[in-house]
Design a protein around this ligand. Structure first.
Ligand SMILES: [Zn+2]
Ligand SMILES: [Zn+2]
Length: 120
């Protein structure tokens, strides 16, 4: 997400609330939402089926209960931050692919280890 600070646009991760410092790798979703690499790594390992329907923060798609998703366990308070913003599995995989393809990002993933959503 973005906010104005003394006339400067500050970009921060929608999930952990960390401000972007130009070094951190981030991926953009809809409406200026942003996911950082640290959150992505956690999400890949910790995503679980959600108990309730939710709207994905990056894709703005409505997802049914049981969709694999992730929330940051303890985001930094930041203006405009929605603590516990849900990240859906589709976006986790898309973001992983995006980071994987970026030669400047030190991240490689094995897509066979993280299969697409399995219908339950
Ligand atoms: Zn983050
Ligand atoms: Zn999504």
């Amino acid at each position: 997400m973005q906010r104005d600070e003394d006339g400067q646009v500050v970009i921060s991760c929608d999930f952990c609330g960390t401000d972007w410092d130009q070094c951190l790798s981030m991926i953009e979703g809809h409406r200026g939402s942003v996911l950082c690499l640290d959150c992505l790594k956690q999400a890949l390992d910790q995503a679980r089926p959600g108990d309730e329907p939710f709207t994905g923060t990056l894709c703005l798609s409505d997802k049914p209960a049981g969709t694999r998703m992730w929330r940051h366990p303890g985001p930094k308070p930041s203006s405009g931050l929605n603590p516990g913003a849900p990240l859906c599995w589709d976006c986790i995989r898309l973001a992983a692919k995006g980071f994987h393809k970026d030669p400047e990002v030190d991240f490689r993933w094995d897509s066979s280890k993280y299969p697409a959503q399995v219908k339950v």
